[in-house]
Design a binder for this molecule. Structure first.
Ligand code: MGD
Ligand code: MGD
Ligand code: SF4
Ligand code: MO
Length: 700
């Protein structure tokens, strides 16, 4: 093109992914504006080493997508909410004034708690979530939101046992002689671990994969345990019991660095290999082999993923897995130990920058129960009013929240005023009264603390916002202004907010220098020598006595209270049985897919998603590969085609429908979340997506 001008800019990927890649973005500037022509990996991040996933290589397609929002929109008068709703453009000042007026009205009529913010972690770091938005919610007295959609079972378990403490650095896995990938699928959801595992394998490491599906990594493993979903607790406790019975436990480590081993041992005692085999549907010999491999290998490392946390037993399961690394004495040698979900390279401090006090007595709604909350179900309203205004941002709620039919029914309420602040025309938008266009990470500044690769990054926008899209912080600042809630000293510009956060996070001057003013990556836990800091060698649990608590009383009480809600007996390490019934015997899981990040990029995923089924389950139901099927339970139903056997096939008794699907990706517009229950996990109140139990039949 005439007069086209190319330039390259450094950035970082802040998408919800453990890897936090460093990027080089190529832009073409013409008289018509700036276009992203290439996104490539850069060498700045030593873990991702210039390699990135295909989603982000084509990120220009998202930035310039025909489905990208270019202006604020309002629902046309008379157009019903939901799929097919029609919208018309409005100006930014009109949209802001309307939203502010509605917030004021709702607060006057029903109280601030009738305003419900609904947000999660789309592509969001420290500048775009929980900052100026949080300032608004606190000042206006909105409902608090328990953002427990993900990583809260594992987070609660990790915090209770170890406190905030980095695990084994993923780069150190090359030194391992045994790698246990427990409920993670790095090929699709954190790809840079795969070459590290391959490298370790080429140096003689053995690989164990614990996953109901026959993933690529599982097929290349020395031992694949195709566990029944939600039963990792039984497996982990059985391995503990084998260790204790054989006297394999590392008594020196346990005495020096832990408390509570006797209680853990008592909890494991009933879990004979035979009992665990019955619940997990694994062979007894395989369970024993797992224990033997862990005992015989040094260094051995466990990578605990997110699969095991998404069930009623999620917290206890993860706690038992974390404990296993200590009972087996895996810490010490480089390449040994455990890595968990609780990453956050450097915990970022934002309280002073938010500039509004936390109000703990405001009612709290669980993000997992937003559907029922919007429908006015008092059992999830915590004594507060039914929401009259929902402000949805950083989250494609109609796709990603459990109990999808309740979410949709709630959002269809005509007496609910709904704002959706989005980058593209996602499913949730169709339920909005006002839609606001948001910038992508190439158009706004971001600070991100990685949760897998342990780096802190600071990246400035590489281009001007597309059309009239705006970053979260400036939109929330405008709303605060329009509501008359601005206070002297509030900072609102991205640069000032970033400076304030970095000051508050108390980085040393050396760290600040490494991070730089843009494009910098700060390794969080590196020693002067350049070696990654090692747990129980260089750093220790962040608990009151610096020891790991294998049986924290607070977690036991929490799990007990959760079980009591449904009249069951519970506690830490107490297994809650499989929720299958004769009518709905199959477990349905909804794992991550490589081409999307939960529902992000749905606009460019053409075609439909299959239901993955095991040959045995298909045969028992007369279903053949490619058949049209109906997947259903008491909560909802999904119409898709079956993919029987083959890649990523689940074990018999389990079916899989990928997470994050949009309406267009199934025949009846419903996704796995129409089948996922909205009860909460034993610890941390996590979503229990994988507790869905279903039946499958053919359809015409
Ligand atoms: N491309 C891509 N990358 C992503 C994401 C994405 O959607 N797409 N999502 C991001 C997010 S939000 C997260 S939280 C992480 C998640 O990263 P992962 O931990 O990989 O999460 P999942 O895909 O949910 O589950 C991992 C594996 O657990 C298995 N699994 C399911 N239930 C169980 C169980 O009960 N026990 C065991 N042992 N395994 C089970 C599944 O079959 C799956 O292969 O990935 C992040 N990265
Ligand atoms: N059935 C089932 N459902 C699941 C899961 C499962 O395992 N099974 N996994 C769950 C997990 S692990 C997670 S983490 C959640 C993720 O659920 P969500 O947080 O809803 O994640 P995304 O689907 O990525 O949607 C985020 C949206 O935020 C928008 N966005 C991104 N950046 C910005 C920004 O700066 N400003 C604004 N205003 N918007 C922005 C994106 O366009 C995108 O549409 O989904 C959960 N849903
Ligand atoms: S989504 Fe993950 S793998 Fe892809 S570029 Fe971002 S950080 Fe890297
Ligand atoms: Mo997640």
């Amino acid at each position: 093109m005439d007069g086209a001008h190319q330039l390259e800019r450094a950035s970082h990927c802040p998408l919800d992914c453990p890897d936090i890649c460093s990027l080089t973005v190529t832009l073409e500037q013409t008289t018509e504006g700036t276009r992203v022509t290439k996104v490539a990996g850069s060498e700045v991040n030593p873990f991702t080493k210039g390699v990135i996933c295909s989603k982000v290589r084509s990120f220009g397609d998202r930035v310039h997508s025909p489905e990208r929002l270019s202006t604020p929109l309002r629902r046309k008068a008379g157009s019903p909410k939901g799929p097919g709703a029609e919208f018309e453009p409005v100006t930014w000042p009109e949209a802001i004034q309307k939203i502010a007026a509605e917030m004021q009205r709702v607060r006057d009529d029903f109280g601030g708690e009738a305003i419900l913010p609904v947000s999660y972690g789309g592509s969001n770091g420290a500048l775009t979530e929980g900052l100026v938005d949080e300032r608004l919610w606190r000042r206006i007295g909105a409902s608090r939101l328990a953002r427990t959609l993900c990583a809260s079972s594992s987070g609660a378990a990790f915090m209770g046992l170890l406190g905030k403490m980095p695990g084994t650095d993923l780069r150190d896995y090359v030194h391992s002689k045994l790698i246990v990938i427990w409920g993670q699928n790095p090929k699709d959801s954190g790809m840079h671990l795969v070459p590290t595992i391959k490298e370790a394998q080429s140096r003689g490491a053995k690989l164990v994969v614990i996953d109901p599906r026959s993933t690529g990594l599982a097929r290349s493993a020395d031992l694949h345990l195709a566990i029944h979903p939600g039963t990792d607790l039984c497996l982990a406790l059985a391995v503990h019991r084998i260790f204790f019975q054989a006297g394999w436990q590392d008594d020196n480590f346990l005495a020096q660095y832990t408390t509570g081993v006797e209680q853990l041992r008592a909890a494991a005692d009933p879990w004979t290999v035979e009992r665990a085999a019955a619940e997990t549907r694994l062979a007894t010999a395989d369970i024993r082999r797992l224990a033997e491999l862990i005992h015989d290998s040094e260094p051995a490392v466990i990578r605990a993923g997110w699969g095991p946390e998404r069930s009623r037993n999620g917290g206890s399961a993860l706690a038992a897995i974390y404990s296993l690394a200590s009972v087996a004495g895996l810490y010490g040698p480089r390449g040994g130990g455990l890595t968990a979900s609780l990453g956050r390279a450097i915990p970022i401090s934002k309280e002073k920058t938010i500039r509004a006090p936390k109000v703990l007595d405001l009612r709290e709604v669980s993000l997992n129960q937003v559907g029922r909350a919007l429908c006015g179900d008092v059992s999830v309203l915590d004594g507060g009013p039914t929401p009259a205004l929902a402000f949805i941002y950083n989250c494609n709620a109609a796709s990603t929240l459990p109990n999808q039919n309740a979410v949709r029914a709630g959002l269809k309420r005509e007496d609910l005023f709904t704002v959706v602040f989005e980058q593209v025309m996602a499913d949730t938008n169709y339920y909005a009264d006002i839609i606001l266009p948001a910038t992508t990470f190439l158009e706004h500044d971001e600070i991100k603390s990685g949760y897998g690769a342990t780096f802190l990054t600071y990246a400035r926008a590489v281009m001007e916002p597309v059309a009239s899209a705006r970053p979260n912080c400036s939109v929330f600042a405008d709303l605060i202004d329009a509501l008359g809630l601005t206070e002297a000293g509030d900072c609102t510009s991205e640069v000032d907010l970033a400076k304030s956060i970095l000051d508050e996070t108390q980085l040393s001057s050396r760290q600040r220098e490494v991070l730089g003013e843009t494009g910098g990556t700060l390794p969080a836990f590196e020693l002067e020598s350049g070696r990654a800091s090692m747990p129980f060698v260089d750093h220790f649990p962040n608990t009151d006595d610096q020891k790991m608590h294998l049986f924290p009383a607070a977690l036991d009480a929490e799990a007990r209270a959760r079980a009591a809600e449904s009249g069951a007996k519970g506690g830490l390490y107490v297994y809650q049985p499989d929720p299958a019934t004769a009518a709905f015997p199959l477990a349905m899981i909804s794992p991550a897919m490589g081409r999307m990040t939960t529902s992000t990029f749905g606009e460019s995923f053409r075609g439909q998603a299959p239901l993955y089924m095991n040959d045995k389950d298909a045969e028992a139901r007369g279903i053949k590969d490619g058949d049209k099927v109906r997947v259903f339970n008491e909560q909802g139903e999904v119409h898709v085609r079956a993919q029987v056997g083959g890649r990523d096939c689940p074990a018999a008794g389990t079916v899989a429908l990928l997470k994050g699907l949009w309406e267009r990706h199934t025949e009846n517009g419903s996704s796995s979340n129409s089948l996922s229950p909205d009860h909460l996990s034993d610890l941390g109140g996590n979503a229990c997506f994988n507790d869905a139990r279903v039946e499958v039949s053919t359809r015409a």
